[in-house]
Design a binder for this molecule. Structure first.
Ligand SMILES: Cc1cc2nc3c(=O)[nH]c(=O)nc-3n(C[C@H](O)[C@H](O)[C@H](O)COP(=O)(O)OP(=O)(O)OC[C@H]3O[C@@H](n4cnc5c(N)ncnc54)[C@H](O)[C@@H]3O)c2cc1C
Length: 806
């Protein structure tokens, strides 16, 4: 017999049970959770249960903050007692840079109502009386940190879901998955079959096995992760109050009270990947033998830091499986290309994140998206390049640096280069220093002298400033050339293409041979996708978006395709490359390699043509992201070296210079050009993003129209504006720095860089509308210091926008 159910969750760990709990909270009570063993028998039962709210990303901070609040609520309910100790935590800092990180995260926390505190060493001692202070710069205090019993938490979530009608089916293993033509999921188990509208993969470290039932791979690897538990410590036995959780990230361990002893857990500098040839079927509720030798250096360091630890013997060691993705973040959201199939797995902090992740996943299922933009944990951030070898290499690297400071601009070396432009080695020869976007190597900056070193710091001068300044100068005053491999590119054709796109985007479609920006919104009016849309023919559109958006935007485009086959979508992301030629002399350079008429009359701004460069046919788009006269040149990758060579030769007498992403970032902010998932995200509408000119309210309908109209009529509460900082200082405002008016927090920075054109720090920030007035004097928090800033009017540079049209 086949049982019908609306939603089926695979996996009964903390995360699966939280999904079930939150689905029922949103009214989806026709829900079943299948667990192949006992609840918690994967990674959950043995987790240390630490629940930090600390995160360097806005979305994760919110998610963990929600978890902590939920756990406080649940543990106060008499029905399901949970041991949850909110002890607060101290994070130690051995360096000034670590303190900078804490100042930044503290700002993020304050903006979310979390009263983090920066502590001096003396204040640290007052919070944690057993810590030695030598060589410490200070610490960060998180009052809501603590530890929870993971099994009790899981049971409480399952019980809460059951109470509202959901079912939990233990000892039922999912063995097959198939989607029927009507979209329903046929789920085979060892105890019978189900038909489900929606399936959620919450199978923990076995989530990859579940995907293999569909013939798919998931970038996931299991690592061995350990902690040890000590015997009682006399000083703790005598104390009524628990000591706060202590993290010493610069050494890479945590230390927290467990009964009257301590738990010591490191993120080892030498990670140990496991099960590379598959997970043993019978591994459930099990641990590996301990590997105490791997812990010695951390024990030694921790005993020096908290000497009472040295007096206690080791009671037991836990060595258990922890799943890791390449960037160490989980997968929460839709699986690419699979309707009504969601991932909620690969958690390395699954106890701290279960609450918020379950909420977000339930919102994906029920509402079509979560309350907070959670792109950083969207499963579609990785595409096919994330092979097994890549995943292991990156996961090992991430684990080993789990506690490292999250420096801006850090580009880690493992598994590189992987996806490269055909120009990669030539550019490297010319001094390119690369970073990775969507798996693609892209030049960040050029070091023509070969003797500059990039430094990791929160301060402005990271070793490349002078070179980037020269690149910006070249683009503003002569001509610059940039290789941009890996843009997401889609060719949308067919008799229904115009009508389909018109219903999808909120913007007016371009006329043939013209280019415009087009936005896809969600029903709440938030920005989902941004495309540069070029109309190559009456029913032929070329949509280009961020490199990392490939699977995300592919889903956005395909999920609303008409069923009648009148529209076809072809992905060109890997087949086409892009060169950007920009600057006042770009016309002179381009005209030397093409016979096309490049005059303003024949080839105006925001128009597109097929031109020939040498013998290669190129789609030339008169548009760029730096605000200058210029062209984006798109062509199949095999033509790129020839096109590049031709442009270099033609540019030699015009001081043509290569430029990289850092220069582009400085240039684009002068012009107020927004970045997807930094300045634009689903939490902001185009009205808030000051992009109203790209919304065509005269259209009969588009997704999000009602919400935008409602927002318009009640008034837009905040707006994206540029601000210039009045004093140079030695650091630029990091992402999510707060904007103040006096003591009031009135805004949030989404991009902050040094403008080499305006010779000052410039930010884009969402500011409460009453303050978003040109000339207003505000302050921006930069690593704990308030710096005076002035609201500008965009664009800050070339106000009449004459240069791109010149
Ligand atoms: C030593 C150690 C300490 C840790 N400490 C912490 C900590 O302090 N704080 C923190 O936040 N995190 C910690 N973690 C990580 C944490 O344990 C995990 O992130 C979390 O338990 C993941 O929960 P989950 O529900 O996603 O997965 P799991 O708990 O692994 O649950 C997945 C479930 O799916 C079931 N399943 C799998 N395949 C199938 C199938 N085909 N059919 C049916 N059921 C299936 C499994 O049996 C399992 O019960 C620690 C991990 C380790 C190893």
């Amino acid at each position: 017999m086949v049982e019908r159910v609306r939603v089926l969750v695979i996996g009964g760990g903390a995360v699966g049970c939280s999904c079930l709990y939150h689905l029922t909270q949103l009214g989806w009570t026709d829900a079943v959770l299948l667990e192949q063993n006992e609840l918690t028998s994967g990674s959950t039962w043995h987790a240390a249960g630490n629940c930090p709210t600390f995160a360097t990303s806005w979305g994760l901070l919110k998610l963990q903050q929600y978890s902590a609040a939920l756990y406080r609520r649940l543990s106060a309910e008499p029905d399901y007692p949970i041991n949850y100790h909110v002890t607060g935590s101290v994070r130690l800092a051995h360096t000034a840079e670590r303190m900078n990180e804490y100042r930044h995260v503290s700002g993020l926390a304050h903006a979310n109502g979390l009263p983090y505190e920066i502590l001096t060493p003396v204040e640290l001692r007052q919070r944690h009386p057993f810590v030695e202070l030598d060589d410490l710069e200070g610490a960060l205090w998180d009052p809501y940190d603590g530890d929870i019993d993971p099994a009790q938490l899981t049971q409480a979530l399952a019980a809460g879901a059951r109470k509202r009608g959901a079912r939990v089916q233990r000892f039922t293993k999912v063995t097959g998955l198939a989607q029927r033509p009507n979209g329903e999921w046929h789920v085979t188990t060892d105890k019978g079959d189900y038909l489900a509208e929606v399936v959620i993969n919450a199978a923990g470290y076995r989530a990859g096995e579940v995907m293999s039932l569909l013939g798919r791979t998931l970038p996931i690897v299991t690592l061995s992760h350990q902690y040890l538990v000590t015997e009682d410590i006399p000083e703790f036995v005598e104390r009524a109050q628990r000591v706060p959780l202590l993290r010493d990230p610069d050494v890479s361990y945590y230390l927290r009270q467990e009964r009257s002893g301590l738990i010591l857990g490191p993120y080892e500098h030498q990670a140990t990947p496991m099960w590379l040839d598959g997970i043993p079927e019978d591994f459930a509720h099990k641990l590996w033998d301990d590997a105490l030798d791997r812990l010695e250096t951390y024990i030694e360091a921790a005993c020096k830091r908290v000497p009472v630890l040295a007096s206690a013997g080791i009671k037991r060691v836990v060595n258990g499986p922890i799943p890791y993705s390449p960037d160490g973040l989980p997968y929460v959201g839709p699986a690419h290309g699979l309707a009504n199939f969601f991932q909620c797995n690969t958690f390395s902090f699954g106890i701290a994140q279960a609450g918020g992740a379950g909420k977000a996943l339930a919102e994906w299922v029920v509402n079509g998206g979560p309350e907070w933009d959670l792109w950083s944990i969207d499963p579609r951030r990785f595409t096919g390049y994330a092979t097994r070898t890549y995943t292991v290499a990156k996961a090992v690297e991430t684990y080993q640096q789990e506690y490292a400071p999250s420096f801006p601009d850090e580009e880690r070396p493992a598994a590189r280069p992987l996806r490269t432009s055909p120009l990669h080695y030539e550019l490297e020869h010319r001094g390119a220093r690369f970073g990775v976007r969507g798996g693609w190597e892209r030049a960040l900056w050029y070091d023509p002298t070969g003797d500059s070193q990039q430094t990791l710091t929160f301060r402005r001068d990271r070793g490349w400033m002078a070179h980037v300044a020269a690149e910006v100068h070249a683009v503003r005053n002569a001509v610059g050339l940039m290789d941009l491999p890996g843009f997401s590119k889609f060719l949308i054709t067919g008799p229904g293409a115009e009508a389909y796109l018109d219903g999808l985007v909120c913007s007016r479609l371009p006329k043939p041979q013209r280019i415009s920006l087009a936005y896809v919104l969600n029903t709440a009016g938030g920005i989902v996708s941004e495309f540069t849309l070029t109309r190559l023919g009456p029913q032929q559109f070329y949509a280009v978006s961020a490199a990392i958006a490939e699977h995300h935007d592919d889903d956005v485009l395909r999920r609303s395709l008409p069923a009648d086959g009148s529209v076809q979508i072809e992905g060109l992301s890997e087949r086409f490359g892009t060169l950007v030629l920009a600057g006042p002399r770009s016309r002179e350079v381009l005209s030397r390699v093409t016979r096309a008429d490049l005059s303003n009359g024949a080839f105006p701004w925001l128009s597109a043509q097929t031109i020939e460069i040498g013998s290669a046919a190129v789609w030339a788009l008169r548009v760029n992201y730096v605000g200058e006269l210029g062209w984006e040149l798109h062509a199949p990758v095999e033509y790129m070296p020839g096109i590049h060579r031709a442009l270099l030769e033609a540019g030699a007498q015009h001081d043509l210079r290569h430029f990289g992403l850092y220069a582009m970032d400085s240039l684009r902010i002068d012009k107020g050009y927004r970045g997807w998932k930094s300045d634009l995200e689903s939490g902001y509408s185009p009205l808030e993003s000051s992009l109203e000119r790209f919304v065509d309210f005269t259209k009969r309908d588009f997704v999000g129209k009602d919400a935008l109209l409602a927002q318009k009529s009640r008034g837009v509460a905040r707006r994206l504006v540029p601000l210039t900082l009045d004093e140079a200082g030695d650091a630029d405002p990091p992402y999510c720095s707060s904007v103040f008016s006096g003591e009031n927090r009135v805004g949030l920075v989404t991009s902050g860089v040094w403008s080499h054109t305006l010779d000052r720090a410039v930010v884009l920030a969402y500011v409460e509308s009453t303050f978003a007035i040109e000339g207003n004097q505000l302050q921006v928090d930069v690593l704990g210091q308030r710096r005076p800033a002035t609201v500008g009017r965009e664009p800050l540079f070339d106000r009449e926008n004459l240069r791109p049209r010149s």
